[in-house]
Design a protein around this ligand. Sequence first.
Ligand SMILES: Cc1cc2nc3c(=O)[nH]c(=O)nc-3n(C[C@H](O)[C@H](O)[C@H](O)COP(=O)(O)OP(=O)(O)OC[C@H]3O[C@@H](n4cnc5c(N)ncnc54)[C@H](O)[C@@H]3O)c2cc1C
Ligand code: HEM
Length: 403
Amino acid sequence: MTTEQKQLISATVPVLKENGILLTKHFYNRMFTHNPELKNMFNMGNQQSGKQQTALAMAVLAYAENIANPGVLMPVVDRIGHKHVSLDIRPEHYQIVGRHLIASIKEVLGEAAMPEIVDAWTAAYVQLAALMSGHEANLYEQKTSLDNGWTGWRPFKIDKKVEESTEITSFYLYPSDGGKVMPHIPGQYISLRVFFPEMELYQARQYSISSAPSNEYYRISVKKEKGTQIDTDGKISNYLHNFIQEGNKVDLTAPAGTFTLSEELSAPVVLISGGVGLTPMISMLENLVEKNYNYPVTWLHGCRNRSVHAFKEKIDQITQTADQVTQHVFYDVSTHEDRQQGIIEGFLDIHKIASLPQFPGTRYYVCGPSAFIQKQYTDLIALGIDKEAILFEEFGPQLLQLN
Ligand SMILES: Cc1cc2nc3c(=O)[nH]c(=O)nc-3n(C[C@H](O)[C@H](O)[C@H](O)COP(=O)(O)OP(=O)(O)OC[C@H]3O[C@@H](n4cnc5c(N)ncnc54)[C@H](O)[C@@H]3O)c2cc1C
Ligand code: HEM
């Protein structure tokens, strides 16, 4: 890119701030009209809610703001790259997206889209696409180089379905080809896709692996989503709960994701989860216990009440047998019996935990609904904890801009 082109991109930042979502909405409509086959890749629910358009607009804006030094975006490129690779997105898709993005800029900006602005954005897109698809090529290569690694969609058999609470059910997934699974890093997710004949589409969703790395299977634990309107119950989670039976098949991509328990970690770990956000934490906890981790591990969990408290017996058993693990559980609404068993009433509040580890190096992992993550993050920062020590995962396109 020329210096003039970079200046032109920087000059369009205010326009993007104002029209970014309009542009990305127009872009997706255009792309799905001309290339409807791409609907198989996208979560059409996120399209309806506008979350994906917002996530893309935020990414394009961040890129425009950092056009002079796109290298600073590498952590974001890495996180998006893991999601892309998990959905089997390849360089040829970047060409289609580029064509529709540039055409959308022209169509949305109208006369304001002067040829030099369009040229600058074309050059900027080519540069960004090369950065992203280059990074993704490395991620694909890493997967094929790992033991039992693979890329693309691989059929898996549901071997066992286990109810963990009134709304969360676990699924034990074994490769249909009889092979082994690639060991995941605790905290990572897989994408799972199902074909819906009535939509004539595949739809994919991400699910954190809730088991410790094993050579034989992945366990995912899925919350049955309930919509507030008729016919708005979550598509895939209800399909898994209501229709999928033991012995049925689904397609999975290999584990991906950057919300992970570092192998080199040698410090206390605090796992903070809200509701179904406990799934990546269970994988981390089981892994830490299996390897006799030498530092304190604190399990903090909040949920609505006893009936939706998943994996209770499992965590109780771990805290009773593993000396280094302590737990504090909060219910929005508790009974006298719950409180006798140590349950704290109200939303999860770290200020109520007198023994919260705060030594330098302690790692804090947070997962749950956006408002939950936001609150825990703010409270941890208020305790003086470094933002680099806090890792979080949103169960949807990342929209929070915390660190
Ligand atoms: C990295 C990552 C890890 C994840 N891990 C897990 C996990 O371990 N366990 C888990 O359960 N989930 C997890 N998720 C979330 C999961 O991917 C799905 O988003 C979730 O299961 C909902 O998918 P769905 O198809 O059932 O719902 P969707 O059909 O995608 O709908 C989502 C929500 O929108 C509502 N809705 C849909 N259409 C409408 C409409 N027209 N009007 C109003 N409301 C509507 C639905 O009722 C539902 O509540 C994870 C997500 C990510 C990104
Ligand atoms: C420069 C180009 C691109 C940018 C800046 C970009 C940006 C993003 C961002 C920010 C997300 C959300 C990530 C998250 O937080 O989970 C995302 C997800 C996604 N991207 Fe891209 N992307 C690009 C190219 C592509 C291409 C070429 C494809 C394939 C056609 C693609 C398909 C997807 C899909 C399917 C998702 C998940 C959407 C969902 O779950 O709703 N992207 N991308």
